[in-house]
Design a binder for this molecule. Structure first.
Ligand SMILES: [Zn+2]
Length: 250
């Protein structure tokens, strides 16, 4: 049903329509573990603010996600990984087991391996070089994982589930990541370079493992999902998380 619009959105994506036309020169701090940690923290805070506002506007009680940036030399043990997650774990993830820390109850924990994120900023995804990878690759991965937290809040308080509990969960998280990027664009804080990095990351993290329960969607499906968040649906062409729910939570 949304195919016509989505193919339009895709052509717009690859033409990079609707984004700021110039990227500023790279004159920031050195790309190292420390600046990567700071960048991740800033992204989590920014996205947390966006989603907290939206969830509160939906009448939901907001419990934040705990987040852990795993530093070099550390192993982070969670309910989801008893053997621990190192700083160079292949991917970030959201562990939906709730956590209580210092008397505060959190809705799940975001586990963000710093070395893997640093490599993305340096232009490498899954050990493959990418000319488009950069800071916003990291932001897209972080906000995808935060998308799982938003789903978790929706599931626990609205008692609803995605129709397809495998792939659609992943595509919805990509869509939520696109929503956040669209909100950045609306604030004039998204460059063409950021946009390209986000699309490139969704395309490169697609897979064709259709029978694997861990199948995240093909490259095309993942780019389309992100674009659904970023551009909206034909019936509602705005940055609105409801578009993600409409598309992936039938
Ligand atoms: Zn995911």
């Amino acid at each position: 049903m949304h195919r016509a619009l989505l193919s339009l959105a895709i052509s717009a994506l690859f033409g990079a329509v609707g984004v700021a036309s110039t990227a500023s020169a790279q004159t920031g701090p050195p790309v190292d573990e420390e600046s990567t940690t700071a960048y991740i923290e800033q992204t989590v805070q920014d996205a947390d603010e966006y989603w907290t506002n939206w969830l509160a506007g939906q009448g939901l009680e907001v419990k934040h996600a705990l987040f852990k940036i795993v530093q070099n030399g550390e192993l982070y043990v969670s309910e989801c990984s008893e053997s621990g997650t190192p700083a160079n774990a292949p991917s970030a993830f959201y562990c939906k087991a709730d956590v209580e820390r210092d008397g505060v109850a959190y809705e799940g924990v975001l586990v963000l391996p710093v070395d893997t994120m640093l490599k993305m900023r340096q232009g490498s995804l899954n050990n493959q070089p990418s000319e488009k990878a950069g800071d916003f690759t990291v932001a897209t991965v972080v906000t995808h994982e935060m998308g799982h937290w938003v789903q978790d809040v929706l599931v626990s308080q609205k008692a609803r589930q995605p129709a397809n509990p495998g792939k659609d969960v992943e595509l919805m998280a990509d869509c939520f990541s696109g929503v956040w990027a669209g909100a950045k664009y609306n604030e004039g804080r998204l460059t063409a370079q950021d946009f390209d990095a986000a699309v490139d990351s969704r395309a490169r993290f697609g897979d064709e493992e259709f029978t694997d329960p861990n199948h995240h969607g093909t490259s095309g499906e993942r780019v389309t999902a992100w674009a659904t968040g970023y551009f909206g649906l034909k019936k509602n062409p705005t940055v609105d998380p409801m578009n993600c729910i409409d598309a992936y939570w039938r």
